[in-house]
Design a protein around this ligand. Structure first.
Ligand code: CMP
Length: 141
């Protein structure tokens, strides 16, 4: 089915100037960018976005990293977009990411793993609403 999913190009990837390369991977895979914004997350936003991880050992490092510089938040749309995006990204831990995936190519560590993608339809809906409460642009082609 056609789905939408939230993608974040994280601060380490923005700092490396590979936003265009990453967007190209999505487009080459048939995913459309239907919303996009650059933003520097506040501590409040990062804490709310990652609420499910609050209390875990890596939480402070995660929030510190995600607020360290600008990120690009996007909505990707396409057939099986949630799973397709996760394939393109590779494993969360870059040490386990398959060759040719975004994390294999652009991650610096488990925390600085270059990209985020929603993991399921309910998560995608919540995450898209979090960053794009105004809704997304409908593309007809
Ligand atoms: P992401 O899935 O985009 O959002 C949560 C992030 O927390 C995840 O990417 C990793 O960067 C980070 N993370 C998850 N588990 C661990 C872990 N065990 N150690 C360090 N970082 C982690």
């Amino acid at each position: 089915a056609v789905e939408t999913t939230l993608s974040i190009i994280k601060p380490n990837a923005v700092a490396k100037n590979v936003v265009g390369k990453i967007c190209d991977r999505f487009e080459q895979a048939g995913l459309q960018i239907v919303a996009a914004r650059m933003l520097h997350l506040s501590r409040e936003q990062a804490t709310a976005f990652y609420a499910e991880h609050q209390g875990k050992g890596f939480f402070e490092e995660l929030v510190g990293f995600m607020t360290s510089g600008p990120a690009m938040v996007m909505v990707l749309k396409g057939e099986d977009a949630i799973a397709r995006n996760r394939e393109i990204m590779g494993a969360t831990n870059p040490a386990e990411a398959a060759p040719g995936t975004l994390r294999a190519d652009f991650a610096d560590s488990f925390t600085e793993n270059a990209v985020h993608g929603s993991d399921a339809p309910a998560t995608a809906e919540r995450e898209i609403g979090f960053f794009f409460p105004e809704g997304i642009c409908e593309r007809t082609r």
